[in-house]
Design a protein around this ligand. Structure first.
Ligand code: D41
Length: 674
């Protein structure tokens, strides 16, 4: 084998260090320092050096995260110091009991400092470093013996392979939680559903299951993260005197901490922290099932010690459960705007995730088969945050003998057209198109909605009534309505009829983007409608565009392009558009030649927090008119954030990423200067 030239070795070492630094910025600090393309380029150079000089490969090289061949089984690891469990408090008074016992035992009356930590809902692990290099990763197991999951832990990018910074301990055992963010969990289950495989009940099971893979390539494909929360074995020249100090040392060595950890004084402040976090629980991108409070002074922790298997200096205050058992009473089949037929579970009402739930989605026919759910079954309902409640699992042991299988309809429950399912698609659709009352209703509701034609006073109930009473058959009929025709309707007095006719008339003046969105073309949401408007300028040009022409536009993929072309090929759709224009629906076409002078072209803005002078919708329109894209989340690609009162995590993230932020007054000044 050729030996490596000095200069190549130096370059190699530099690359390993830089790539690890990029990883740390990306996965631990959530603040990428170089574009992905630059990372990829460096990675390719590194891989090439490793290919030619196989004997130089460094233990902490980013290529060494994914292991080679799968294991036969996991071996065991004995924890030198037991991994303790946590006592629970279910109320403020139980929390006060905890503090009283702490103070009694310490014989202390003055206030105590606590570190408040979100209780991440994943799998507890122990990760050991000797002289700064990762030695092993282990599950908690029963607290004294766990499993050796080193190969899997190495694949997690927020786990350093080599510690960074100063004062590296001779021995450092970090304990923390490995978890799967909600988005990763949803994506994993979505993929499992598409493949007809079993889904995971919750992100915790998914994280634990991902860590117990014998083939680390499977683990590597799951977007797991690790947050550190305590230290086990520790041999070092420096010894922090507080838990917070220890956490800060961990940050210096390259670990990720949960961003909401906070040190407070006194138990009342702990209760206050609980309330603040409980309000944000649903918005967090990962599951938490409570708060952990820890006495901050390590000397006090030492004096308090532990009972049985739990420390006396820590306690977990639990949040309301997100999973409960109830009974499936029946299944209804709903028909959506595009004809998609969705089975909806009717449930014995149950209190879960903070609300009473009586319906849950069953997604599609495959989901019913996959769950093997029957009417009468005991089912586990999961409601996490704002996500639609789901049936996570059937409790087969509790299946009653008369439980009835669910039959998916062959005909549309509304218009009785046949139900069809395209090759490779999970959704079954009613083939009735605009002959189907359900599809007509949904199309009109969408057309009238706020972000579309914004017809004030035309709510869902009224649309249903008007279609049922055969007053309207399509969106174009709305513009033919007069007061006399409406007054006969249930709860429709002369005044409200006049208001509605006026609101419909006002809606005639619109924008091209809103009109396109209102048409309800499949997969064309607000952002795509805006992109189409900005790129083509006029509806005639969009209607004539080919799939190839559409694909030339950023953000438009083959599926949307197909839907757009199909939509404008359908003569029924064209005659509706014509009828709308004849009725006076109008907008200003966009002069494409003036677009190069659009001051915000190519920029991405984010609006967050409250606005007082303008509505958020108006601000968005104003920005789009100047050529900006308005996004809902902050990322490295964001150019500018406008933050009003009450702005939360988006503002924090913008500050972290060093993105420019202005308040509403500055925004108004900016607009008037344009
Ligand atoms: O976030 C967590 N899940 C979490 C778990 C946390 N933030 N802190 C924890 N602290 C401990 C002690 C106090 C025993 C060091 C824990 C856990 N334990 C824990 N996780 C699973 C069992 C115990």
């Amino acid at each position: 084998m050729t030996s490596i030239p000095e200069s190549t070795l130096a370059e190699y070492k530099q690359l390993v260090a830089e790539l690890n630094q990029h990883n740390h910025r990306y996965y631990v600090l959530d603040d990428p320092s170089v574009p992905d393309s630059e990372y990829d380029r460096q990675m390719r150079v590194l891989q090439e050096i490793e290919r030619v000089y196989a004997d130089v490969v460094a233990e902490d090289s980013p290529t060494q995260r994914v292991g080679g061949i799968a294991l036969q089984s996991f071996s065991q690891i004995k924890h030198a110091l037991p991994m303790l469990s946590l006592d629970n408090a279910f109320s403020d008074s139980e929390l006060q009991d905890f503090e009283r016992k702490v103070k009694d035992r310490l014989n202390q009356t003055s206030q105590i400092d606590y570190v408040c930590e979100p209780k991440l809902d994943g799998a507890a692990v122990s990760v050991l470093y000797r002289d700064g290099m990762l030695v092993y990763g282990a599950t908690r197991g029963d607290g004294s013996i766990g499993e050796d999951i080193t190969a899997n832990v190495r694949t997690i990018k927020s786990v350093p392979l080599k510690l960074q910074g100063d004062n590296i301990p001779e021995i450092l055992e970090v304990r923390g939680e490995i978890y799967l963010p909600k988005a990763g969990f949803e994506a994993l289950n979505e993929a499992a559903r598409a493949a007809g495989e079993k889904t995971f009940v919750n992100p915790r099971n998914a994280a634990a299951g991902s860590l117990r893979q014998l083939d680390s390539k499977v683990t590597a494909s799951r977007p797991l993260e690790m947050c550190a929360y305590s230290v086990g074995q520790y041999q070092s020249k420096i010894t922090p005197s507080t838990h917070q100090g220890m956490l800060e040392a961990l940050v210096g060595w390259g670990f990720k901490l949960n961003e909401h950890m906070e040190t407070v004084t006194g138990i009342e402040a702990c209760a206050d922290y609980y309330n603040r976090l409980a309000q944000r629980r649903n918005k967090l991108p990962y599951d938490i099932d409570g708060i952990v409070y820890k006495v901050n002074q390590l000397a006090l922790q030492e004096r308090l010690g532990f009972v049985a298997k739990a420390p006396r200096w820590a306690i977990a205050r639990k949040f309301p459960a997100q999973e409960e058992m109830t009974q499936l009473l029946g299944v209804e089949f709903q028909v959506g705007r595009t004809g998609a037929i969705t089975p909806v579970a009717r449930l014995q009402p149950v209190f879960v995730g903070g609300v009473t739930v009586s319906n849950a989605t069953l997604h599609n026919r495959d989901e019913i088969e996959r769950l093997d759910v029957r009417v009468g079954d005991a089912v586990i309902i999961r409601r996490a945050g704002d996500v639609i409640p789901q049936i996570a699992k059937v409790v087969l042991e509790k299946r009653p003998p008369n439980a009835e299988p669910i039959l998916f309809p062959e005909r549309c429950p509304v218009c009785h057209s046949s139900v069809q399912r395209n090759e490779g698609e999970a959704v079954a659709r009613c083939s009735g198109g605009l002959f189907c009352g359900a599809q007509i209703k949904e199309a009109i509701k969408h057309f009238a909605s706020r972000k579309a034609m914004d017809i004030d006073g035309l709510g869902d109930k009224l649309v249903e009534l008007m279609v049922d009473e055969t007053i309207i058959f399509s969106v174009a009929d709305l513009y033919e309505l007069d007061e006399q025709g409406l007054v006969g309707l249930e709860r429709m007095a002369e005044k409200s009829a006049a208001n509605l006719v006026a609101a419909i008339s006002v809606s005639k003046q619109t924008t091209l983007a809103k009109f396109l969105y209102a048409l309800g073309i499949r997969e064309v949401g607000e952002a795509t409608a805006q992109t189409l408007a900005n790129n083509f300028g006029a509806i005639e040009l969009i209607a004539q565009a080919s799939v190839e022409e559409l694909l030339e536009i950023d953000d438009i993929g083959p599926v949307v392009a197909r839907h757009i072309v199909n939509f404008f090929r359908n003569p029924d759709n064209l005659s509706i558009i014509e009828a709308l224009r004849n009725a006076g629906v109008q907008w200003a076409d966009i002069d494409l030649s003036s677009q190069d002078s659009q001051p915000l072209k190519g920029q991405t803005w984010v609006l967050t927090g409250g606005m007082q002078i303008m509505s958020r919708a108006e601000a968005k329109d104003a920005l789009q008119a100047l050529g900006a894209k308005v996004a809902s989340s902050v990322s490295a690609k964001t150019n500018q954030v406008v933050a009003g009162p009450g702005a939360g995590s988006k503002l924090a993230k913008a500050k972290n990423l060093g993105i420019s932020v202005m308040d509403e007054a500055q925004f108004m000044d900016f607009l008037s200067a344009q």
